[in-house]
Design a protein around this ligand. Sequence first.
Ligand SMILES: *Cc1c(COP(=O)(O)O)cnc(C)c1O
Length: 374
Amino acid sequence: MEGIQMVDLVGQHHNIEKELNEAMGRVISNAAFVKGPEVMAFAQELGAFAGSKHIIPCGNGTDALQIAMMALGIGTGDEVITTGFTFISTVEVVALLGAKPVLVDIDPDTFTIDADQIEKAITKRTKAIVPVHLFGQMADMTALSKISKAHNIPIIEDNAQAIGAQWSDGSAPSKKSGTMGLMGTTSFFPSKNLGCMGDGGAVMTDDDDTAAKCRQIANHGMSKQYHHDVIGINSRLDGLQAAILRVKLRHLPNYIAARQKAASYYDRELSAISGISIPKREARSTHVFHQYTLRIENSRRDALRAHLTAQGIPTGIYYPIPGHAQKAFETFRYDAADFDASSRAASEVLSLPMHTELSEEQQAYICDTLRNFD
Ligand SMILES: *Cc1c(COP(=O)(O)O)cnc(C)c1O
């Protein structure tokens, strides 16, 4: 079978081409390329979707993390607790600001930060806790919120992979990912669940003061034109991307449903194969399947991957090297013994093709090919 892709953006765009062209045409005809009405409208619509009072659009998901941390004044001498089993941005931004990323191992079932290990990592210097809602499923926000409250340490949710996921623990009305901490950050990189056609990102918060700080930081620290009160950065979402995102946001609920349907198909077909574990579900979170990630046991992951590649099936390894083992972070002298679950995940994970255009025929072929490996 030909043409199976990890992510099929060409196919997705083909199905909504008219809407996209119309949206882009609007921006071209009024030349509102930076800021402007599309960006404002998108911010409002995303706020309504997520249930967040303020959306601060910015240049990308990495900037969003940086803006959020700068809004908390994080810098030299500070510590930020997060996970190393993530895309590099989460950890990188902490170090870039001169603070220390204090890494905590993951819960092996969900691949998200192990909430039971957070309290022992807290010190007087801890300025934020940054859980990552990895692969489309939320970290334990019930436990994290409790810790945040008890120690008065704000949470920034790295929500680049789980936009639209929802947390319900029975004790309060359910909440969307990115809205449970003081701030949530996200990315609109093309392959994300809500992706644009270039780079984009956003910070979300319900707190007026924090929102004002984020807006100012993202705009050169400016209070009014050419009056710069704090050191900021230049990070903005452009009008074309906002217009594209408005179209795709309308389809996001259907896109999430398509991913969940594809995930259920994989679950059904793959759950009985020995040596392969299907993704475990956190009962309190919906899973929006940014990735469908298997664990392949007995050191057979790389051989299985080669077998799939040979049959024309692309796969991904997210992530092969956890943060504690990255060369760039050598100076922090992490002890590998503290990260057994992250290291094991890095050697076992294998993500299968997952996108909104995946057909059952393609999935059947992928599952047959997996079954035929020995
Ligand atoms: C993609 C991603 C980011 C960074 O987003 P960019 O828009 O690429 O800067 C940050 N954190 C996580 C978990 C991501 O998956």
